[in-house]
Design a binder for this molecule. Structure first.
Ligand code: BDP
Length: 603
């Protein structure tokens, strides 16, 4: 699915800004039909932003169900009958329904992937209309991530879910109106590889909205100096570049891939689309993760899209600042835990050579985690009453939409199809295996993983053989052996050696971290102190350096983030190396020293 772009053949109008806002009066929005009326400007919200923390109102913040966003939009007067126009939402978390004046246009479930619909037939150039977007934040056993709603005795509804981060909702990403010509490029799929002798390969497939003869599709590839290095034609083809300038971690290089549809006869450019393409290869071989046939060691973080006030709202200032902090630390990669991030993040990673492990929103497919902590017996995770085939169908759809959106990003080297599913429970294999097959069918070029949680030990886990890389989330010294780093060190090493021995595949520690209150200091091993977080990380690093299969370390987490309040989460999850407002804790120095040293050694 192509990101809309403005170019000589296409126009793009941003609908970001201030919208009118209202909370639905009942869970069934058909009764009030709010889109048929003007929503008052009494409450207004910025787009993009999660709405929850914008207002000073607990009822809105904790609202479960639908809210409405509304604004007036005008179709540009200059758009003509030879164009088609679309409305595009980069995300509506978790369920969006779009109305043009009184009419329903489109709906989409899944809070972190884009959707769009054509509106040419509904509106003429120059016409103004009322755009209403209803957004629901409800999570159920049918959604990804899953959840359930409890009806409380006081009549209120409470949303439960198995992940710790706050259920930020609304229009957290951009909304656009865009035009394309009548005959247009619908999609482009690029895959790249590296052949012997430094020959770079760019395989492409162009999908058009109607059949177009091969000779009318023209492709050119331009280097960063503006020189055309290759030309091609047709819907599918292969370009080979001698001595290709490769996209490398830490040293990005992007060619511009330009596709054009020419008119029959006079060869006028009818449509065009330009994509940045990094030429690189990705492979798993033995216990190594290879990028451009060289072993790559991941250093960095599991992150969240989370900032004060805007919640999960995309903010370019925070995004670029976070990337600079990662660079300052010497980190070379991150994981989009626990959902697909805004596309702008991947564009930036492509441009700056940051490696990305890209994750679906399948977090919380595990009823054992929370139950275990409270000491009660967990209900089965996979059952008709909980994670079932409808959840699996939504999960499959999430994978399709993630790959459709992100397949062309050089920075993306690995798909994580689930975070900490109950991989040792009965039903796990039946649930996951078809999803792995689907992921491989949709993208045969990238390896696939899931993140394993500590309870699903190497003896109990039922699914790891299906995957290319072992991604382990471990909390020795925090949730177990808390405060005892010697015992934690032994347990961690034994655990990792077990996985190494059984599979011999690359292991990435995709989470390891300790909650830390910034400013709390202690001489001894006192959990929550800054010193403890530093020593905790150092302990993990000693073990990583002793286990050959370890090919990466992603600390949990980049910055403190907001959670649903519980007794375990005092004003959020505090495992950040940075506070929520991006001030470093002492442990930043531990990582910075280690990663910069590793980077120097690799040069
Ligand atoms: C892991 C989850 C992550 C949590 C983390 C924690 O993958 O989302 O935030 O634990 O407890 O299980 O901090």
């Amino acid at each position: 699915m192509l990101k809309p772009q403005a170019n000589p053949t296409r126009e793009l109008v941003s609908l970001d800004g201030i919208w009118n806002f209202a909370v639905a009066s009942s869970p069934n929005i058909e009764t009030e039909q709010a889109w048929t009326k003007s929503i008052s400007a009494k409450l207004q919200v910025p787009v993009p932003a999660s709405y929850n923390d914008i207002f000073v109102d607990k009822a809105i913040r904790d609202h479960v169900g639908w809210v409405y966003y509304q604004r007036k939009v005008t179709i540009p007067r200059g758009w003509s009958a030879s164009e088609r126009y679309f409305l595009r939402l980069d995300a509506a978390t978790h369920h969006g329904r779009v109305y043009i004046n009184d009419h329903f246009l489109v709906e989409h479930i899944g809070g972190y992937t884009p959707f769009e619909a054509e509106i040419t037939h509904l509106l003429a150039p120059g016409e103004q209309f009322r755009l209403t977007i209803a957004v629901s934040n409800e999570l159920s056993w049918d959604t990804i991530p899953p959840g359930r709603i409890e009806e409380l005795p006081n009549g209120k509804r409470k949303q439960h879910y198995q992940h710790d981060f706050f259920n930020y909702s609304g229009l957290a990403r951009s909304v656009y109106l865009y035009s394309v010509p009548n005959v247009f490029i619908n999609d482009i799929t690029i895959s790249t590889d590296l052949l012997a002798g430094g020959v770079g390969v760019v395989d492409f497939q162009i999908d058009t909205n109607q059949p177009v003869e091969n000779e009318r599709i023209k492709i050119s590839l331009t280097d960063e100096d503006g020189n055309v290095v290759a030309k091609s034609t047709g819907q599918n083809n292969r370009i080979e570049i001698d001595s290709a300038h490769l996209w490398q971690p830490g040293a990005a290089y992007l060619y511009q891939f330009n596709a054009e549809i020419l008119s029959d006869g006079d060869a006028k450019i009818l449509d065009s689309y330009e994509l940045s393409v990094g030429v690189r290869s990705v492979k798993v071989q033995g216990n190594q993760f290879l990028i451009n046939n060289k072993p790559f060691y991941f250093t960095g973080f599991g992150k969240h899209e989370d900032t004060p006030i805007r919640g999960k709202g995309f903010d370019p200032a925070y995004m670029i600042h976070d990337f600079h902090l990662m660079d300052w630390m010497g980190a070379n990669s991150f994981r989009t835990s626990h959902y697909p991030y805004a596309e702008e993040v991947l564009d930036y990673a492509d441009r700056h050579g940051i490696v990305v492990i890209n994750e679906t929103a399948a977090v919380g497919l595990n009823l054992g985690i929370v139950a275990g902590v409270f000491g009660f017996k967990a209900p089965p995770t996979f059952s008709p009453e909980s994670i079932n085939e409808r959840t699996q169908a939504s999960h499959a759809q999430g994978i399709r939409e993630l790959i459709a959106r992100d397949k062309n990003h050089a920075s993306v080297v690995l798909w994580t199809i689930a975070n900490e599913p109950a991989s040792s429970e009965q039903g796990a294999r039946e649930y996951m295996e078809p999803l792995v097959t689907l992921t491989r069918e949709l993208d045969p070029t990238r390896p696939v993983c899931f993140t394993n949680m500590g309870h699903a030990t190497v003896e109990k886990d039922l699914i790891s053989d299906l995957f290319d890389v072992l991604c382990l989330n471990r909390y020795y010294g925090w949730y177990s052996q808390s405060g005892d780093l010697d015992a934690a060190e032994q347990a961690l090493e034994k655990d990792l050696l077990g996985w190494q021995e059984k599979y011999g595949k690359p292991i990435i520690m995709t989470e390891y971290g300790a909650d830390t209150q910034s400013g709390l200091h202690a001489v001894c091993d006192v959990p929550w102190s800054e010193e403890y977080q530093s020593r905790f990380l150092e302990m993990f690093h000693r073990v990583f350096d002793r286990v050959d299969c370890v090919t990466g370390e992603h600390v949990w987490t980049f910055a403190d983030f907001h959670c649903t309040s519980t007794m375990f989460r005092v004003d959020g999850n505090k495992k950040g190396i940075f506070t929520r407002d991006r001030r470093p804790k002492s442990a930043a120095q531990v990582l910075r020293r280690r990663w910069r040293e590793q980077n120097r050694a690799a040069q």
